[in-house]
Design a binder for this molecule. Structure first.
Ligand code: ADP
Ligand code: MG
Length: 386
């Protein structure tokens, strides 16, 4: 049964992804209650109702579940148990079982390889101080096995984001000190891959199994944080098609209902590896707000409410540039440098404090060609940084 406009929807998480979900939901006539511990968060400040409580607070979950027709999440690390508890009361998308896999790098990699999806060579790291237990998975690997993964990237299994909880390590000694710096939490050590580029596919999958993917962005990172998304990605049509098909298969194998992002590494020879999966709309899909018939956030509303998926069609090209808190160092940026270009859209998330590396907003340049959009995007960035 569909959830009709006018109904109350629930959202776990207070960040900018939630804010953009709320904007999409409200513009279709829905109301939204946010559950998030913080006051004045980007989403709680525009929500119809805010429950300020922990994600595992049973009273708050009961209140959210019993007053909302459907609940979704904007936050990758929302405890899967919270989604499981909410499913007793109302429609939940995405399912807790898929979120539990995607929010844990060890489970995610095991899931992907078990289903035949290719990922970078990796090993699970539980205790690198004990030379006989460098690899905590069974069967026990000989420590020498790890040498094939150097130089590698040690990634904490849970709660990492925007390159946090990651370290480049060149040998066992560096691995040991990086592991200690991560409080000896379970990690994966992943071989550093020579990337030609990175792309991502955002897929929406409905409760009836119907799936739609968006045009594929090419993603450039700075200091581990997404910097620029260029759409359509400058890779061959065969890579694009392959990536879109893989992303739909991942959603199917995960039994996923909702919006999912699959991040890919593009290697020489048109080879694709899956980097990671995010069980929510994604920063690389922000361009869809201004460039596509349906945004990734509207698609999230449509899936949650059991409505038909919207068209993901796009005409022309788009380049999205993230605005990090570093830009506020000399005070408020000169927004007229963005807004004087009539085909550029500015999005700010209403965050009260700008800190280095904090995502404060983004802008999207719309143009007929990728080259023209990219050139203007970089011109605007230079003007803002001055
Ligand atoms: P996050 O959860 O912070 O997005 P990712 O695992 O996606 O973490 O890593 C962030 C970025 O770091 C990637 O988009 C990529 O640019 C780089 N990176 C991560 N793993 C590798 C790897 N194995 N080889 C090369 N680059 C990598
Ligand atoms: Mg990533």
């Amino acid at each position: 049964m569909s959830i009709m406009p006018g109904s109350m929807l629930g959202l776990l998480g207070g960040g900018q992804l939630g804010r953009m979900f709320i904007m999409a939901a409200q513009s279709m006539g829905y109301r939204v209650t946010v559950l998030d511990p913080a006051d004045n968060s980007p989403s709680s400040s525009i929500a119809d109702r805010h429950l300020a409580a922990d994600y595992l607070d049973s009273d708050a979950l009961r209140e959210l579940g019993s007053t909302c027709a459907g609940v979704t999440t904007e936050f990758e690390n929302v405890p899967a148990e919270a989604l499981r508890a909410l499913a007793e009361y109302c429609v939940v998308s995405p399912p807790s079982s898929s979120v539990a896999v995607a929010q844990n790098r060890i489970l995610e990699k095991k899931f992907l390889t078990a289903h035949g999806f290719e990922v970078a060579p990796y090993k699970v790291i539980h205790n690198p101080d004990n030379p006989h237990n460098l690899n905590g998975s069974t069967p026990q690997a000989h420590p020498d096995d790890l040498s094939s993964l150097f130089p590698g990237i040690l990634k904490v299994s849970r709660l990492g984001y925007d390159g946090k909880g990651q370290a480049l390590v060149n040998n066992t000694a560096e691995l040991q000190s990086a592991f200690a710096a991560m409080n000896r939490e379970p990690c994966v050590l992943e071989k550093q891959i020579p990337l030609q580029s990175e792309i991502s596919v955002i897929v929406a999958r409905a409760f009836n199994g119907e799936a739609a993917t968006f045009p594929v962005p090419e993603n450039q990172h700075r200091r581990g944080i997404l910097d620029v998304s260029i759409v359509p990605a400058r890779v061959s049509p065969a890579i694009i098609q392959n990536a879109r098909e893989i992303a739909v298969k991942v959603a199917e194998k995960l039994d996923y209902h909702g919006v999912l992002c699959v991040e890919f590494f593009v290697l020489a020879g048109e080879k694709l590896l899956i980097n990671e999966v995010a069980p929510r709309p994604h920063n690389s899909g922000h361009y869809t707000i201004d460039a596509c018939a349906t945004s990734q956030f509207e698609q999230q509303v449509r899936v949650l409410c059991g409505m038909p998926l919207g068209s993901t069609e796009m005409c022309g090209a788009a380049v999205m540039v993230n605005l990090l808190g570093d830009l506020w160092e000399q005070g408020e940026p000169q927004w007229e440098q963005v807004l004087r270009h009539p085909n550029v859209k500015l999005h700010l998330y209403g965050k009260l404090a700008a800190r280095p590396g904090r995502k404060m907003g983004h802008y999207t340049v719309l143009d007929n060609s990728v080259e023209a959009a990219l050139e203007l995007a970089l011109t605007i960035r230079q003007a803002l940084e001055r």
